[in-house]
Structures are given as structure tokens and as C-alpha cells.
Write a protein that binds this ligand. Structure first.
Ligand SMILES: Cc1ncc(COP(=O)(O)O)c(C=O)c1O
Length: 430
């Protein structure tokens, strides 16, 4: 397969030991991305999104399996080769120097990575903690945020299942109450969504969970407007940015939220097991850490990073993931992903029996889309597309949505999407 470019070569660049064998994944160096961009600088992000030659070059930055075509990037992202190489190098460095690294090196390096991540996210380094994933970040917020006695915590059926469970658990063990809305968000306009949330808020509502980009449909919610509306009603908002961070361009400060969690192993392409918690500086003391900590002040975000010995090498590779992402640019990335999604949706949307369950207008979705075929159970559809066409996609039958989720990535090329279009043409013709 053209993308399977894995090879092992002798690595001469070790810092701490003599020559050794390390796997190195061939990649497009960051300065080649810059050269490629230089050649295309007359193009807008939307025009570059359609330049298949450019994206073919970018696709070489990834090493893919030849076993199947992966259109299920709605789970988490593979690392680019550059990030993978950095991860292997850092793993080796930490492994060679275990106690030394943890005692004398990791804290300085973590501070540097946090500065870079905070600059990218548009917040202060003192407002972010590097954690394992969104689940950890949002559980800290849902279970630890100070709330008035007897207050109501609101969420919607399309929010992520484990965040809803965390809210239910808090309700079971406190005076707080949990309430689920049943809003079919993908069928509503942004104005209807804002109105529906506004109408759902009662004087008891003090906490609202909002998912920025719904994982099951790919829909983007108007989070800033919702945060402003909620705040004007005295409701605090926790933003689940698991799928929006580094997928669609935004700065956390633009969302006007106080609390947010994201995974860095999804669209940023950082190593598996990296995530981020954001809390506005003056609110940190209102959130109790889940792991007991007296070493840091209540106002210090590091109280949430008191998790003991952990894979420190992964934190370091976040830096390389940020460089890779920024060398391409958030706007160009989002424009390409939006273009890919629209490319296949446009070709299948009018097929008999097929319905699109994702709003496809600019700004309302990006890479992820969900479709359903009448009379065809989604799990059967998933199996058929894998067995007959060699394409890995995801059947969704939870969070109030039933359909097939299809998610391209930066390494996806148009012929890949033509394969999925052909699959739907065949299936809908029967
Ligand atoms: C909307 C949303 N929130 C939270 C999560 C949890 O992310 P993680 O498993 O990285 O903690 C996911 C995972 O897909 C998600 O889609």
C-alpha cells in the first residue's frame, strides 16, 4: 500500500547513550511543509483544501495500515510520523534515565510544553493542567466544582455518555439534581438550539454541560452564544471540547467559558493518553481535585496534576504535535476536513433511502458526518462496508442517534472517499 512507508534505520542521534537501533518513520520534515505552503501561498485555505497534490504530499506524513481504509477518525487520531518519532525518542530518553528524568528534568520540560499549549489554546499557562484525556479533565470539573446545595445540573441526550454518567454519580452522592434534555440538536438551527437551552434553564439550574462538537453527529454547537446566555442566567458551563480542539479553529478565550476539557490524542495527534483541563484563573479554587493534594495552593492549577508517576515522555511529544499542527495552520486543516466531508456527503445525500444526520453548512460541522440508510440496521451496515469494501467506519446507536459515522482525516484522499461513495451507491440501489 502506498502509505505504508514504515522502515527501520539506524539512529545515530541518541543524546544519552551510544549508537542504537530505533524505529524511525519516514516523514515530511516540518520545513518541507513550509516549502510546500510557500509554493501555494497565493491560495486561500478553501482553495488549498481542493489541491489534491498538496494533500497527497501531506498524507506522506502518516504511516497507515494496509489492512483496511480507516474512515473512523472520530475515535482518536494516529500520530503523524514526526510525532511518533519524537515519542519513541522521548520514551527512550526517559527509560534510560528514569529517576533522574522524573526528579530533575520532567518539571522544567512540562512547564515549557504547557507554555506552548497555552499559547496555542489562547489562555495562560497557569490556567491549564496536562492530564490523560477529556474524561479525566471533565470528571474533575463535574465532580469537583463547588455548587450551591440542591442545585440542578443540566445536560442533553447527545452529550458524551461518560460525562452524563459523571453527572448522575454526583447527583446520587450529593444534594444536586441531574436533568437530561432530549434535544435532537442535529435537526435544529443554532437559534433554535439557543432558545431550547434558554427555555430549559430553571432558577435551580446552576451547571450546564455543553459539547462543542457532538461526537455522534459531528455537529458544532454555538458554544460562545450558549455560554453568554447561560452566564446571564447565573448558570456555569463546562465545555466538552474533546472533538473540537485542534479540529476547528478557536481560542478558548473566544468561547467565554470558565471550564473546559479536551483530549490531545484526538485532533491534535498527540500521543495516546494526553489531555488538557482549562479553568479560568479566578475559578481554580472553586474546584476540588479528585486526588488529595496539599502541596499546591488551592488557587494553583497544578493541584490537578498530582497523579504520581506517569508516562512523562508522552507529555513531551505534545510539543511536536503542536509544531506539526501549526506548520499546517488550524484554518487550512479545518478547510480541508470540511471539504472532504462535503465531498462525499454531496455525492450520497440524494441516494434513495439515505438521510444525512449532520448539518453540513460552513461552521456547523467539519470532518465528522453521520448518515443512515432506511431499512438497514446500522451495525449490519458497518459490517457490510468493512466486509465488502474494506472500509472501517462506526455504527452509532446511542446518545439518541442511530446512524453510521464516517470521519476522514488529513491523510484521506479523494479516491478513498470515492470508495465509500461507491459503497453507498451499491447499497442504496438494492
Ligand atoms: C464528546 C466527547 N467527550 C469526551 C470524550 C472522551 O474522550 P477520552 O476518551 O479521550 O477521554 C469523547 C471521546 O470520544 C467524546 O467524543
Amino acid at each position: 500500500m502506498k502509505n505504508n512507508r514504515r522502515k527501520f534505520i539506524k539512529n545515530a542521534g541518541s543524546l544519552l547513550a551510544g549508537p542504537m537501533l530505533l524505529p524511525v518513520f519516514e516523514t515530511l520534515p516540518a520545513n518541507d511543509v513550509t516549502k510546500l505552503l510557500d509554493r501555494n501561498k497565493h491560495l486561500s485555505a478553501a482553495a488549498l483544501a481542493k489541491n489534491e497534490d498538496f494533500w497527497y504530499q501531506i498524507s506522506k506524513s502518516y504511516t497507515l495500515t494496509s489492512e483496511y481504509l480507516n474512515l473512523e477518525n472520530g475515535y482518536y487520531s494516529l500520530m503523524s510520523n514526526e510525532v511518533l518519532n519524537a515519542q519513541i525518542k522521548h520514551l527512550k530518553q526517559v527509560n534510560e534515565s528514569p529517576s533522574w528524568h522524573m526528579r530533575k528534568v520532567q518539571h522544567g520540560q512540562r512547564r515549557r510544553v504547557k507554555r506552548e499549549l497555552a499559547a496555542f489554546a489562547g489562555v495562560a499557562p497557569e490556567e491549564i493542567a496536562i492530564l490523560r484525556n477529556t474524561t479525566e479533565a471533565l470528571n474533575i470539573l463535574i465532580l469537583g466544582l463547588e455548587l450551591p446545595e440542591g442545585s440542578e445540573m443540566l445536560y442533553n441526550v447527545q452529550d458524551y455518555f461518560s460525562m452524563k454518567e459523571a453527572i448522575q454519580i454526583r447527583a446520587q452522592h450529593s444534594s444536586q439534581k441531574a436533568r437530561q434534555l432530549e434535544l435532537p440538536l442535529h435537526k435544529m438551527s443554532n437559534a433554535e438550539i439557543i432558545r431550547a437551552y434558554e427555555e430549559a434553564i430553571t432558577p435551580d439550574t446552576k451547571l450546564l454541560l455543553l459539547t462543542h462538537l457532538i461526537n455522534v453527529t459531528g455537529q458544532i454547537l454555538p458554544v460562545r452564544e450558549l455560554c453568554e446566555m447561560a452566564e446571564s442566567r447565573g448558570v456555569e458551563v463546562i465545555v466538552d471540547a474533546a472533538h473540537s480542539f485542534a479540529h476547528i479553529p478557536f481560542k478558548i478565550a473566544d468561547l467565554k467559558c470558565r471550564y473546559l476539557g479536551s483530549s490531545l490524542h484526538k485532533w491534535l495527534g498527540a500521543p495516546l493518553g494526553t489531555g488538557m483541563l482549562y479553568i479560568q484563573k479566578d475559578q481554580i479554587q472553586r474546584v476540588r481535585p479528585l486526588i488529595g493534594c496539599t502541596a499546591y495552593k488551592e488557587t494553583d492549577i497544578r493541584k490537578f496534576e498530582y497523579f504520581g508517576t506517569h508516562p512523562a515522555h508522552s507529555d513531551l511529544s505534545i510539543s511536536t504535535a503542536l509544531q506539526f499542527h501549526q506548520s499546517l495552520g488550524s484554518e487550512r486543516i479545518a478547510a480541508r476536513l470540511h471539504y472532504l466531508k462535503n465531498y462525499w456527503i454531496e455525492k450520497v445525500k440524494d441516494l434513495p433511502g439515505l438521510s444525512v444526520q449532520t448539518p453540513t453548512e460552513e461552521g456547523r460541522s467539519c470532518a465528522i458526518a453521520n448518515v443512515v440508510v432506511k431499512g438497514m440496521p446500522v451495525r449490519e451496515l458497518e459490517k457490510k462496508i468493512l466486509a465488502d469494501y474494506g472500509i472501517h467506519v462506526m455504527a452509532i446507536d446511542y446518545q439518541g442517534v442511530n446512524g453510521l459515522r464516517i470521519t476522514p482525516h488529513l491523510y484521506t484522499l479523494l479516491p478513498d472517499l470515492d470508495r465509500v461513495v461507491q459503497a453507498f451507491r451499491d447499497i442504496c440501489a438494492k
